[in-house]
Design a protein around this ligand. Structure first.
Ligand SMILES: Cc1cc2nc3c(=O)[nH]c(=O)nc-3n(C[C@H](O)[C@H](O)[C@H](O)COP(=O)(O)OP(=O)(O)OC[C@H]3O[C@@H](n4cnc5c(N)ncnc54)[C@H](O)[C@@H]3O)c2cc1C
Length: 465
């Protein structure tokens, strides 16, 4: 296994549980890849960025269970919003059956006008009636689809954009409509619990403690700080790897779970050239996420998290509360800005000043509070950009090289660049590897079942497989 991010870990744990002797090589000193935590020079442990899961992420939930970390994720049924004037609104499921379960909250949602809501209801119904697959959306951007559905400017800015930019890390005009529509189908329409937000109650790195043990119980020691320099292929078969320390390793099969922009550097050059089997990878672009960490000298926020409307900052997480600590010694907040193209060239201090001004709008207590410490973490290549048509460039986990398999959120999973997508890819790669070894097994978990009241909707969903 090359790479100890979620894709590599999910694949390695599944294979180890199936009785395969796995050895994992990770370039960095810690596991978790893009969803990890590390220690700052002053000893504080921080996540590279707050990560959240949703109730509809069934494979990620399965992976956390296998890793013994299921109990470290806390799910929240109520979502908290705040607008530019500091007005709060919440959204949660009612007792109505899906897809109407969110409708009462939505009707009373203060940040939208009647015209916005009427337009949104029409588009949501179109998604629901089509079982998440409205007609003629191939290669269409989400923004174009919203315009086709005659959405108001308020609906686009204060509803669709708010949900989708954070979920997909891209602007609506650069997002494939299929991805945007699926977010609403899977999270808000198809099942009662799909929208529930799951947040780790521990630093991200603590979630993977059980993985190492699960792999090493049946395999070999996990090797950190062990980058792979080259993957060797002879006569169309995997033939071993060369590590950065110049040692060589051989194995019956190999799963490569590194980022898409790293993979081509490890493989023979012709595989990424025009006509090569991984030529498409050159066309997959990345988008940035910026995380801002603030440590205040007092309590400034009561809610566990807030989604912001009308601001550059999109989410604020109350880390002190999420970790179950008392705010008596001050409060630690983490802010997230997805698709943060505008922030990438800006200085750390400019970003801190901007975020402090925005916090002053929504958290009045922060105006008087002293900021003890602040950290800005820019992840310039946070996710792959879900651009219209990007799926044609995503390879499957089994390529045309015998005993070599691919994993990573960027491979074909049907999901955007998320932890759920990464785990799905890891399970699919493990399934392909076991099939290759003549011991087929299934790891992929089904989606949440459709819970709607209408039989015809359920039939439509089932017919999608
Ligand atoms: C800032 C940020 C916020 C995010 N927020 C969310 C969120 O809230 N919810 C969500 O679902 N998703 C979120 N994501 C996306 C999520 O983190 C990724 O989709 C997922 O972690 C990708 O996992 P992966 O295993 O495919 O890749 P990676 O995590 O990139 O793992 C690849 C691993 O390979 C290793 N590697 C690279 N080269 C080599 C080599 N030569 N030899 C050995 N090892 C190597 C790397 O060090 C890394 O550990 C976020 C991502 C970022 C960056």
């Amino acid at each position: 296994m090359i790479g100890g991010g979620l894709a590599g870990l999910a694949s390695a744990v599944a294979l180890a549980e199936a009785g395969v002797e796995v050895q994992l090589f990770e370039k960095r000193p810690h596991l978790g890849g893009r969803a990890t935590s590390y220690t700052l020079p002053d000893g504080t442990e921080v996540d590279n960025c707050q990560h959240v899961t949703l109730g509809c992420c069934t494979n990620l939930a399965d992976f956390y269970r296998r890793a013994g970390a299921g109990g470290k994720i806390r799910f929240y049924d109520r979502l908290y919003f705040v607008d530019g004037a500091g007005r709060r609104s919440t959204i949660e499921a009612s007792k109505l059956p899906p897809p109407l379960h969110m409708a009462p909250s939505f009707l009373f949602f203060g940040a939208l006008t009647f015209a916005d809501k009427r337009a949104i209801a029409k588009a949501l119904l179109a998604i629901a009636w089509s079982g998440g697959r409205p007609a003629e959306i191939d290669s269409l951007s989400m923004l174009d689809w919203l315009k086709r559905m005659k959405q108001t400017q308020g609906a686009i800015e204060r509803f669709w954009r708010v949900v989708l930019v954070s979920a997909l890390d891209e602007e609506l005009g650069r997002t494939d409509a299929r991805y945007g529509i699926e977010v609403f189908w899977k999270a808000f329409l198809g099942s009662r619990g799909g929208y529930r937000v799951g947040i780790p109650s521990v630093p991200l790195g603590d979630l993977y403690e059980g993985c190492r043990e699960a792999i090493e119980r049946r395999g070999r020691p996990v090797r950190l700080r062990s980058g792979v320099r080259e993957i060797r292929i002879r006569h169309g078969r995997f033939a071993g790897v060369l590590l950065e320390d110049s040692s060589e390793v051989s194995a019956d099969a190999c799963v490569v779970a590194v980022p898409h922009n790293t993979l081509l550097g490890l493989l023979p050059k012709e595989m990424g050239e025009p006509g090569g089997m991984l030529e498409g990878l050159q066309h997959i672009r990345s988008s940035p996420i910026t995380g801002v960490h603030f440590w205040f000298d007092r309590e400034v926020m009561k809610e566990p998290f807030l989604t912001l409307l009308d601001h550059t900052t999109q989410w604020v997480f109350n880390k002190t509360l999420l970790y179950g600590e008392a705010a008596t010694g001050g409060q630690y907040l983490q802010l997230v800005i997805s698709a943060s193209y505008d922030l990438v060239p800006r200085s750390r201090q400019e970003i801190i000043d901007l975020c402090r001004r925005e916090l002053a709008d929504i958290l009045p207590a922060s105006r008087e509070a002293n900021l003890r410490k602040a950290t800005v973490i820019k992840e310039v290549m946070a996710t792959f950009s879900p651009e219209p048509g990007v799926d044609r460039y995503r390879p499957t986990q089994k390529i045309g090289v015998e005993n070599l398999f691919l994993a990573g959120d960027w491979t074909q999973t049907g999901w955007p660049s998320t932890m759920e997508g990464a785990v799905r890819s890891g399970y699919l790669a493990a399934e392909a590897a076991l099939t290759g070894l003549g011991r087929p097994q299934t790891f992929l978990q089904p989606d949440l079942p459709f819970e709607g009241f209408s039989k015809s909707w359920a039939e439509r969903k089932n017919s999608r497989g």
